[in-house]
Ligand binder design. Structure first.
Ligand code: ZN
Length: 337
């Protein structure tokens, strides 16, 4: 595996410096693309936990934007729905405080704008954290202790060692459990885990830049500075596992609450997670029914046939390596799958 990666990376580097990947882009590469970001953090705030590769340092983010502007056209987010607009768009998911404090100022330094995907119930503090962050923070707090989890019906305790790999692997196991059991009431499950372990169900105060949400004033300020807001559903549950009624609440209520709070119209949905594991035809229909015009996924390819409601997106790994980034944006890298 390591050797295969080495060969691929060497090939990408050679392709970049000989101009092959630029030629590929000019002839057959991606003409339009949407990039997804989550968190931009100071080095001191980067956690060892990043199973989903969603955190990048401020300095790498800055370099990635410099790279994008040099080699591609990054378009104003207002052009997203224009099918003629050829270039790249930037999106930022989940609405964490770092988006306002760190990410947006770097975007603006580069004169770029983005679409921010927000969960209104989180902004209103109806839930302490997105469930995955919450579990990670609870596991982190319980390092060195034995804890009880639903993975084995709370029978055998898990000993959490202090290695970050243990936290990552536990979080992955937990995600598998949730998807295999198609759990709709994921926050009920987090509550139950807290109860079984004698923990309060409350916000874990830890690194506000990474784990706290922006407030309404900050989000409104982003809209005034040329950015746009999308709904990311009310509570970031897995839409596919929800009943029709719950889907409507997640989709229609979030749209309404964002529009009321921000006094802008919200016509774009960013599906939480955004892969085929979370989105099916019923989910797409529910998004249309809730009044959205456009919806964004988190994969490049899928088997759904409603283009406006399943726009693909891709993400960068947290690196500033130009050959690698170029191969991702142009699509050249995916020839080697
Ligand atoms: Zn999200």
């Amino acid at each position: 595996m390591a050797f295969k990666h080495f060969v691929r990376d060497s090939w990408l580097t050679a392709s970049y410096y000989t101009g092959l990947s630029q030629l590929y882009h000019a002839l057959a590469g991606r003409k339009r693309g949407v990039i997804s970001y989550h968190n931009v953090l100071p080095v001191s705030s980067l956690s060892a936990f990043d199973t989903y590769n969603v955190d990048v340092t401020a300095s790498v983010f800055d370099k990635q934007l410099t790279f994008l502007k040099k080699h591609f056209r990054v378009l104003p987010i207002q052009e997203l729905e224009n099918p003629q607009a050829q270039g790249l768009f930037l999106t930022v998911d989940d609405g964490m405080l770092n988006n306002y404090e760190i990410l947006a100022p770097i975007l603006e330094k580069h004169e770029l704008s983005a679409l921010f995907a927000i969960c209104p119930a989180m902004i209103d503090g109806e839930l302490p954290h997105i469930w995955r962050d919450h579990l990670f923070l609870l596991f982190q707090q319980a390092q060195g202790q034995e804890i009880f989890l639903p993975i084995n019906q709370y029978q055998r305790p898990f000993k959490i060692t202090s290695e970050s790999e243990c936290l990552n692997s536990l979080t992955r196991q937990f995600k598998k459990y949730v998807y295999e059991n198609q759990i709709a009431d994921i926050y009920g499950l987090v509550r139950q885990i807290c109860a079984k372990n004698g923990w309060p169900y409350a916000q874990v105060m830890h690194d506000p830049l990474r784990y706290q949400f922006m407030n309404w004033g900050q989000i409104q300020d982003l809209t005034k500075r040329g950015h746009r807001i999308a709904s990311h559903t009310m509570t970031h549950r897995v839409l596919k596992f929800l009943s029709a009624q719950e889907k409507q609440y997640e989709l229609a209520e979030s749209k309404k609450r964002l529009e009321t709070q921000l006094n802008v119209s919200v016509d774009i949905l960013v599906y939480p997670y955004g892969s085929m594991a979370e989105i099916d035809n019923a989910t797409v229909s529910a998004a249309k029914e809730a009044g959205y015009q456009t919806a964004l996924m988190n994969v490049q390819q899928h088997s759904l046939s409603t283009p406006h409601f399943t726009l693909p997106r891709f993400a960068f790994p947290p690196i500033a390596d130009a050959p690698h980034l170029h191969a991702i944006v142009s699509g050249y890298k995916f020839l080697f799958r």
